[in-house]
Design a protein around this ligand. Structure first.
Ligand code: NCD
Length: 320
């Protein structure tokens, strides 16, 4: 439901398991029988490319049967119809439901109505926990230990469920988190999650990791910035603002030329493609954790998460 549900040990166990699934993804036949005969159901009430496709691949690579249902938000009369839909689909006896919805708390409701396990794949502006997990995985694979890393999350924090989940997740792993953006798009309450707030990018040079957010125009009713041009002038991550030792992340989809310039999107510092790739193995690990681990919650077995903090983020391995 939320990153808040996860301890650091839980996160490390999931990331370790994701790493073991990366080996499966490298095989010609990318399948293991772990979830044979189980049904995974995607129930998406909001647009999605990466999240829905990676949950589908993850379920299929674990040999589960997979059903996908997409509903168009505006046409659906929420409360009752979500309940009815869930009740109807429960007739297929799914072992797990992946739900994305524009309503905060929808995943908890589904969990109340369906006997299946439930994964929150984004609930309105609130949380997107598997995105946070795949981001931690991607960063861990690139730089090693996460403790003490300085992470700057930049942009439309107000409308971003990724921002909330990621502040929580990066903090859990010992990172120092700063969120930055126009004051109209950065709620001060976010500080209660354990991060600092900045209204400018003046100190961005201190960051090891720059995590840019998409301008969520579909969630904006009024004007939160004077214009996208002005936003870009003050907050766009471009070749001048990103220094060579920093790594760049973005959950996708990117508004090219708004939050990121084309040159940084295509630079070797960008981990955007690696984040998408990580989505499959991390979601395999989440499905496995919920359906196949049999409650076995052994601690992570020394795969580098406890390793000492690198003094600088290494970008030497950029070809990786
Ligand atoms: C994010 C989402 O939908 O919350 N995208 C994603 O899952 N990769 C972020 C976004 O839409 O900006």
């Amino acid at each position: 439901m939320s990153v808040e549900d996860l301890t650091r040990a839980d996160i490390e166990r999931i990331l370790d398991r994701a790493q073991s699934f990366a080996e499966v993804s490298g095989r010609a036949i990318k399948k293991v029988p772990a979830l044979r005969g189980r049904t995974v159901l995607n129930l998406f009430y909001e647009a999605s490319t990466r999240t829905s496709s990676s949950f589908e691949l993850a379920a299929k690579r674990l040999s589960a049967d997979f059903v996908s249902v997409r509903a168009q938000g505006s046409a659906v009369d929420k409360g009752e119809s979500l309940k009815d839909t869930v009740r109807t689909l429960s007739a297929y006896d799914p072992a797990l439901v992946v739900i994305r919805s524009p309503w905060a708390g929808a995943a908890e409701l589904v969990a109340r109505w369906a006997p299946a396990a439930v994964v929150n794949a984004g609930d309105g502006k609130r949380e997107h926990p598997t995105q946070a997990l795949l981001d931690l995985y991607t960063l861990w694979q690139r730089v090693g230990a996460l403790d003490g890393l300085k992470v700057w999350i930049v942009g439309d924090v107000l409308h971003s469920r990724v921002a909330r989940s990621n502040v929580l997740a990066f903090r859990r792993m010992g990172c120092e988190v700063t969120v930055a953006g126009p004051p109209t798009l950065v709620p001060r309450e976010i500080e209660s999650l354990g991060c600092r707030v900045r209204a400018s990018l003046d100190e961005l040079a201190e960051a090891d990791v720059v995590y840019a957010l998409r301008m969520q125009r579909e969630r904006m009713e009024g004007a939160f910035v004077p214009s996208l041009r002005e936003y870009a002038a003050r907050y766009q991550i471009d070749g001048r603002r990103l220094s060579p030792q920093q790594v760049l992340m973005h959950p996708g989809p990117v508004n090219r030329g708004v939050e990121l310039s084309a040159e940084v999107i295509d630079s070797p510092q960008a981990l955007i493609a690696q984040q998408v790739e990580a989505g499959v193995v991390v979601r395999m690990a989440v499905l496995y954790e919920l359906l196949a681990s049999g409650g076995q919650q052994e601690p992570a077995a020394g795969l580098g998460l406890q390793a000492p903090v690198p003094a600088v983020v290494e970008v030497a391995g950029q070809s990786a």
